[in-house]
Design a protein around this ligand. Structure first.
Ligand code: BMA
Length: 376
């Protein structure tokens, strides 16, 4: 009897400890809104069972169509929407009414609300112009990052750009007036050399400072509390390589990377080996740091391999634990040889296989994620 009582007491404290640990597991913004905290915790739980499939600009356009209410290439193929919606804020900083991929910001706000109301999750990237030169994100210039840090000649300009980001993010509201949580992934692919903020275009320390400055400014000056922050590299070689520009555990909720397969079916094996290795490293980092692992962008442009979804992508991913995978945009055909799409449209070579991928146990699309109630 005595033993029973004792073990019941022990069990009680074990449960209490587990419960309070879960309750203490907060995003890096300790004042995040209730919905944002729920999203953070639910993303972690979901990753134990599978991953959400996302698509950039899914509701805005697809291959051969633009702005058809309710349409989505993923829905045309599977009958269901993606679970995650990617959107892009490039050019909001220069007060353009449309982003760099021609999506009007007013329409984007409506699409974001639509996806959220269906229970979907929102992630946002920002290919912001070069603040030092006024050129695009892809035109680096020495000293750009240093120029926007405090004390730099463009710090005020950069802050005015962040003001615009804050205004947009805080204009995203659900039916009850609540702020819509957003996974923000600023300065993505930050180990590559193609963006002004990336790779050799600044020092690791400058990047860390920029990440922390951006977050502090949005959170503490602008009082934005509906963001989860994703740290987002491109492909990487090792844990050290991945963490070279990492701003620190207190600045990051989600750890992710972007990866694209080169257009060559014969290269499937090479891609799978690299993808597998990179995912393992990412998972180890996420576990060690108690962060959410994610595939922040992926794609195989043109999808020439009819069984790529199950034979290459899912085959590799199902061995791993990530919360979501975001496919890049379906901007369509510019000519027969110039095209850009990363999910199939109706009739495309990989469409049947994508339906198999949709039906797989580990993949979450809109109907699955609605049931998950990510914001409660
Ligand atoms: C790139 C391409 C471009 C696009 C940019 C920003 O990968 O899709 O066409 O402008 O992303 O969204």
């Amino acid at each position: 009897m005595f033993f029973c009582k004792q073990s019941t007491t022990v069990l009680f404290f074990v449960f209490l400890a587990i419960f309070s640990q879960a309750q203490n597991d907060l995003p890096v913004d300790k004042n995040a809104t209730a919905e944002t905290i729920h999203l953070y915790r639910n993303l972690k739980k979901l990753a134990d069972r599978g991953f959400m499939l996302g698509h950039q600009d899914d509701l805005a356009y697809g291959v051969g169509w633009k702005y058809v209410p309710g349409r989505s290439d993923i829905k045309d193929v599977t009958g269901d929407y993606p679970a995650l919606y990617g959107w892009e804020l490039g050019r909001i900083e220069i007060d353009h009414p449309v982003n760099l991929d021609s999506v009007p910001f007013d329409k984007m706000r409506e699409f974001i609300r639509e996806g959220y109301e269906r229970g979907g999750v929102i992630t946002i990237s920002w290919h912001l112009n070069n603040p030092l030169t006024g050129k695009t994100a892809w035109q680096p210039s020495p000293g750009t990052v240093a120029s926007i840090l405090p004390g730099g000649e463009k710090n005020d300009l950069f802050k005015s750009w962040l003001d615009k980001i804050a205004t947009f993010i805080m204009s995203l509201k659900g039916r009850h007036g609540e702020l819509i949580p957003v996974i923000f992934r600023p300065f993505h692919e930050l180990n590559g050399n193609w963006f002004w903020w990336g790779g050799k275009n600044c020092t690791p320390d400058e990047m860390k400072q920029l990440y922390r400055f951006t977050e502090t400014y949005l959170r503490d000056e602008k009082h934005v509390h509906n963001l989860l922050y994703a740290y987002n590299t491109d492909r990487f070689a090792s844990k050290e390589d991945y963490l070279e520009r990492y701003p620190g555990d207190e600045w990051v909720d989600i750890v992710g990377f972007d990866i694209y397969q080169a257009n060559n079916i014969k290269k499937n094996e090479d891609f799978m080996a690299e993808f597998d290795k990179t995912l393992t490293t990412l998972e180890n980092i996420a576990t060690e740091k108690n962060k959410i692992p994610a595939l922040t962008e992926f794609g195989y442009n043109g999808l020439p391999d009819s069984s790529w979804w199950t034979n290459v992508f899912l085959k590799t991913l199902e061995k791993h634990k990530i919360a979501y995978a975001l496919a890049w945009r379906n901007s369509g055909y510019r000519s027969q040889t110039q095209y850009e799409f990363y999910v199939p449209y109706k009739g495309q070579a990989s469409a049947n296989d994508f339906v198999k991928f949709y039906n797989a146990k580990k993949t979450f699309f809109q109907k699955d994620v609605t049931k998950e109630k990510m914001y409660q």
